[in-house]
Write a new protein. Structure first.
Length: 440
């Protein structure tokens, strides 16, 4: 630690998602006292586990990339080995559109951005006009530093870049949905370009997929909470904050049973939750996009041709083989992003997902049984904010000099991702750390 705990500030962090957890760890490492409040019975926010019989499922499939420097820094600061948390897969896109298949695999032996250009050149199932236009477009984006004079929807950006309908359908639209969870006709082109720039322009490993090796709670959230407690932090689960009030004595934090005084407060709850806390002046209004995950448990020997497969012909966009990724043999996770209302009949939705997977598997001359051993559907209605062009997102600082905001919705270059959450938590903590240094 850089200072003794007695010399540090007393800080309340409200919300034990990854933004709040990141803020807590950074503050504790700089000698501040931290109390982490969480209304739910478990930490993690939208990166939490959901029990199903003897299995722990994730509330959604959270795919990180090698460019997530803040996330990897968090692991270092928490003394966690990235190789123990994540399986690292070099970028390989296996996309399926009906009976058509497009595979783009990047080589480990080429530096960025040549590895992507090689992947485009050698992509199987992608026609030459699509390849050539994609390569030319990426070069054009590099020349303009992946920066737009004015933000526009991704669909318009792809039109200006003369991308073919097939390349849009099997490459750019799936990447946009995976990164921004917003349809391309609504999604911010500048934020999408930020992700492309950081993934493909600096280091080859930046474009790697980082897949959590087990469920998120076991692999990430619980070890991070243990680190907070080892550093002397207090964690209060099932403890919703009902009010925040600034007084001469400090910031009053009210819960159902107590009123505590803190020097500073970081609110790391979702923007839609701020209205429950009086004392928060400006509540940003966002539209939201859902994500539904359909889990299909088959027999342990069931295995897909690839750990991650893209689907471009129906409701679903991706299917994860959690046997290959997460040591959950025979368990498939089907991801439906930014979707309109789905089939109300759960049995019909499961059947639809299996049919879409089997359409993709037909190109490999294999199929799944029509009936899994069991299925589970998890929908996050507010999975992410709609990441639209020129969206006004709040800053870390608020009008109150002792209250800070953290969360993946805070102003920054990224959409609502784990990286955005962690970065915002670090930023809020750093604002308090810097302020404490100036005060000395």
């Amino acid at each position: 630690m850089n200072a003794t705990a007695s010399a540090g500030k007393k800080v309340a962090v409200i919300g034990a998602g990854l933004a709040g957890i990141s803020a807590a760890i950074r503050l504790l490492q700089h000698g501040h006292q931290v109390c982490l409040f969480e209304a739910a019975p478990q930490a993690g926010g939208r990166a939490r586990g959901v029990p199903h019989h003897t299995t722990l499922l994730d509330n959604g499939q959270h795919l990180c990339i090698g460019a997530y420097r803040a996330t990897l820094t968090l692991l270092q600061e928490a003394q966690l080995e990235a190789a123990q948390v994540f399986m690292r897969l070099p970028l390989a896109l296996h996309m399926h559109h009906g009976a058509q298949r497009m595979s783009l695999v990047t080589p480990a032996w080429l530096p960025a951005p040549l590895h992507l250009l090689w992947g485009l050149l050698t992509a199987q199932g992608l026609d030459w006009p699509s390849k050539w236009r994609a390569i030319c477009w990426m070069q054009q984006l590099k020349q303009q530093a992946f920066t737009l004079a004015q933000d526009i929807p991704v669909a318009e950006l792809l039109k200006q870049g003369k991308q073919t309908p097939f390349a849009i359908r099997t490459l750019w639209e799936p990447l946009c949905l995976a990164a921004l969870n917003t349809p391309i006709n609504l999604a911010s082109a500048q934020v999408f370009l930020n992700v492309l720039r950081d993934s493909f322009q600096h280091r080859r490993q930046d474009s790697d997929f980082l897949v959590v090796k087990t469920d998120l709670s076991s692999a990430l959230i619980q070890p991070l909470l243990q680190r907070i407690q080892a550093l002397g932090g207090e964690v209060r689960l099932r403890c919703p904050v009902t009010a925040i009030k600034t007084t001469d004595a400090g910031c009053e934090i009210s819960t159902a049973t107590d009123i505590d005084i803190f020097d500073d407060v970081i609110i790391a709850a979702g923007p839609h939750q701020l209205k429950t806390m009086t004392g928060v002046a400006a509540i940003p209004a966002f539209d939201y996009q859902p994500i539904t995950t359909v889990y299909l448990q088959y027999s342990a020997e069931t295995r897909l041709p690839h750990p991650i497969m893209g689907l471009c012909h129906g409701f679903a966009q991706w299917v994860f083989d959690r046997g290959q990724c997460c040591d959950q043999a025979g368990l498939l996770a089907v991801v439906i992003s930014a979707h309109p209302p789905l089939i109300a009949d759960k049995t019909a939705l499961v059947a639809q997902c299996i049919a879409e997977i089997n359409l993709a598997l037909s190109t490999y001359h294999c199929s799944l049984p029509a009936q899994p051993l069991w299925s589970q559907i998890i929908t996050e209605k507010r999975a992410t904010f709609s990441c639209t062009p020129s969206l006004q997102r709040p800053a870390t600082h608020t009008v109150d000099p002792h209250i800070y905001l953290a969360g993946d919705y805070i102003a920054g270059p990224y959409p609502a991702t784990i990286e955005g959450a962690v970065s915002s938590g670090f930023a809020a903590a750093q604002a308090i750390i810097d302020g404490a240094h100036l005060a000395r």
